[in-house]
Ligand binder design. Structure first.
Ligand code: 3K0
Ligand code: CA
Ligand code: ZN
Length: 436
């Protein structure tokens, strides 16, 4: 259901005006009940075009205000920011231009919330698949979100009920609430594995020789909040309250326990889009996936060798680190970097995305990728799916693109699985690193 556009735009303008007049910078509105209701429907965060930032250092300065950078287009950026972050951007000399609210973009924004699986429909679809392929797939609850929803992993492998000695590969999806195409990517992979095992040679071989873990939604509360009211809310973080603030949510991708908060790549302000939380792993969702990954250390050996964390948008393949511009750093040797880049570039060639180090975009800290490598030595990629930067669809492309844009990553997924037994083979160093 969509509200009549005119009424909604009026409400949204009134709320922004209330915030602009009444809210001290850095604080959150203590709005009237009426304004509060509207704000719940229509958060004050919105997208801005920011000009004057065309280097990675300037992009890092933009990110340092606590705005989330959604797009990089040459010297102009699109960010999601609240009033405080927008004011901080202007005070640092950047030019900001408010873009129309996501929910007001009905004509150009062809996506309806019903185009994408809701959390409930996704969960039911997974149950159906697991029932259909009981020897190949099993589902396990690995923990719960702040509001108590199940965060679950689907294991896919031949002989699925036995923990065998095979390289394990992890795929995590939908950490950022509004990045719904990533949940569709999880469902695509599950359907593809289910229907092609036993007929497609590559898939059969991989499911015989790997144990695959797919977590279709790392942020079920955020997904439900963004989608289930019937109008998109452009929500990114989880839905955990913050003590001493009315602002909701921690950015799960700034909450991981490797160099957490080290480097100006996250915010200390609960109202920020990139709020890092009060401590590393303070977000229950962060802790759930970190605990799961730690639980895969068996006999002192991490079983998971490779990982993709699926995001939208920008059509990028990113590798660690995000916390530093340096190509190599503590625990990341030249060979580690080169193997990440070699497989990352192969995958990017297959889907047409751009391969680069995470910090080539802007500095981030406390991300899942930095933790996966820095703390667990798991080869890790962040994929930013369709659309490319500058495309009007942003986080909400129409449902008609889902099949094409998920299948587009089929080859990249197979490439990662095929390399996962020895990532250093990609740089000709299997003998040095992978001798058994
Ligand atoms: O590792 C990274 O560079 C993460 C990029 C990710 C983020 O968390 O900022 N980009 S997104 O938020 O637009 N999906
Ligand atoms: Ca195993
Ligand atoms: Zn994201």
């Amino acid at each position: 259901m969509r509200f009549p556009k005119r009424g909604r735009r009026t409400t949204s303008a009134a709320v922004l005006l209330t915030l602009a007049l009444a809210v001290p910078l850095g604080a959150q509105a203590t709005a009237s009940p009426a304004a509060d209701r509207s704000r719940a429907e229509q958060p004050a965060e919105r997208q801005y075009q920011v000009t004057g930032a065309d280097t990675r250092a300037e992009r890092t300065a933009v990110a340092d205000t606590g705005a989330a950078i959604d797009e990089v287009n040459g010297d102009s950026l699109v960010v999601t920011a609240g009033p405080a972050e927008a004011a901080a951007l202007r005070s640092r000399g950047f030019t900001t231009k408010a873009l129309p609210d996501v929910a007001d973009r009905d004509e150009v924004l062809a996506a309806a919330p019903s185009d994408y699986h809701s959390y409930a429909r996704m969960s039911a679809a997974v149950d159906t698949l697991v029932r259909q392929y009981p020897d190949l797939m099993s589902r396990r609850v690995i923990g719960r979100s702040h509001q108590g929803r199940e965060i679950f992993a689907v294991k896919v492998s031949s002989n699925v009920r036995v923990d065998e000695n095979k390289p394990e590969v992890l795929f995590t999806h939908n950490m950022h609430a509004r990045e719904h195409l990533t949940t569709e990517m999880a469902l695509y992979m599950l359907r593809e594995f289910g229907t092609r095992y036993g007929s497609d040679a590559r898939i059969t071989r991989m499911l015989d020789q790997r144990e695959v873990w797919i977590v279709p939604s790392l942020n079920p509360d955020g997904k439900v909040y963004d989608q289930d009211s019937g109008t998109w809310r452009n929500w990114r973080k989880n839905r955990q309250p913050n003590s001493g603030s009315t602002a909701i949510g921690t950015d799960i991708n700034r909450n991981f326990n490797y160099r957490w908060g080290c480097c100006g790549g996250s915010s200390t302000s609960p109202s920020s889009q990139t709020y890092r939380g009060r401590a590393a792993e303070s977000g229950p969702e962060t802790k759930v996936i970190a605990d799961f990954v730690r639980s895969r250390v068996i006999g002192g050996k991490q079983q998971i060798t490779a990982h993709i964390d699926w995001h939208t948008y920008g059509e990028l393949v990113l590798w660690p680190y995000g916390y530093t511009y340096a190509d190599t750093a503590a625990g990341l040797t030249q060979d580690d970097r080169d193997a990440h880049a070699a497989v990352g570039t192969q995958m990017a060639r297959s889907n047409g995305y751009r391969p680069q180090q995470s910090s080539d975009l802007y500095i981030t800290d406390g991300t899942i990728g930095d933790w996966m490598w820095g703390s667990q030595k798991i080869f890790t990629y962040t994929f930013e799916m369709y659309p490319p930067s500058g495309h009007r669809d942003g986080f909400y492309p129409p449902g008609s693109v889902i099949d094409r844009e998920t299948a587009r990553n089929r080859e990249a997924v197979l490439l990662l699985l095929e390399n996962a037994d020895c990532m250093y083979r990609s740089i000709g160093k299997a003998a040095q690193y992978c001798a058994t």
